[in-house]
Write a protein that binds this ligand. Sequence first.
Ligand code: ADP
Ligand code: UDP
Length: 307
Amino acid sequence: MLRTAVRSTTLRPLSLRLTTSSSVLAHQFKPARFYSTPSSSGNNNKNSKTDTTNENKSTSGKEEGHSKHFYPLLFLGLAAVGATYFSLNSTSKPPKAAVDPQHHSVQKALYSPSEVDVIFVLGGPGSGKGTQCAKLVSQYGFVHLSAGDLLRAEQNKPGSEVGELIKNYIKEGLIVPQEITIGLLKDAIVENFNKGNKKFLIDGFPRKMDQAVSFEQLIVQSKSVLYFECTEKIMLDRLLERGKTSGRIDDNVESIKKRFRTFTDTSYPVIEKFNEEGKVIKVFCGDPVDKVYSHVVDELKKRSIVE
Ligand SMILES: Nc1ncnc2c1ncn2[C@@H]1O[C@H](COP(=O)(O)OP(=O)(O)O)[C@@H](O)[C@H]1O
Ligand SMILES: O=c1ccn([C@@H]2O[C@H](COP(=O)(O)OP(=O)(O)O)[C@@H](O)[C@H]2O)c(=O)[nH]1
């Protein structure tokens, strides 16, 4: 049964797939946030302390200090030039901002909503997000980016430094740290945008408030949120059935229970936030696939998102 766009704050849960490689992992996120690398500032402070001492000792000490600094400074200079060159060549549309969720308050989004249409497709596990996205792609030419699919592709990439981490999060039904997922999404959006694609269905993301805030500040503001409202019973039955052939490590009762809990506790508040912004289009998931789809299309037409 179709529910119309929901503007009240009374949304209640009846009980949240990407396909490109992610160069961004290598140069933007990994070192700072996932691994505790020793802080370089600590070393710099140590060096400057030593140098101050030398400076106080004698002029020759000062000169010695300068020559000691020459090679490190030269190295840093070359590194900066190299990084700038790499960054300018990594996308054909120069990004307006780097993806750095830690500093997003001072950064501009990569795209404006007039350049790129993003519809988030949300709902509990097994609510039919992927199924409905596939239909919208074939009829309306959206690009479908499934955060879960992108994470699984990264997980299976030989030599991925975050593959094992992703696997553990997925098995436990937990939300993979946003830096990884947003990095994968950014790569996929930029790649598609550069091929002329401007309409995106982002499936299964954002599932946590930090992801929602970072994505909209750093990549682009979403246009709408398609939310598939579902009961846990319907979702459980579907996931167990899907689990017979999906090969997914999380389509089993134990992981499913954890995923339900994560949805209710962590992901649902994100849908409520978008609801308060008047962006949510709620569609009941429990009808047959084609009926659900016709409700989706009706609602998208009403909002002139499709024709
Ligand atoms: N409306 C529906 N009625 C019955 N089964 C469905 C319906 N929508 C999806 N399914 C099936 O339920 C399972 C979960 O759907 P899927 O689209 O993979 O969900 P999600 O992407 O939300 O996890 C799949 O096996 C799919 O074929
Ligand atoms: O933004 C995301 C999307 C997915 N996932 C992980 O990927 C799993 C599977 O998500 P997917 O959307 O593929 O499947 P669903 O649970 O909706 O069936 C989730 O349980 C999470 O562990 C995540 O961490 N962040």
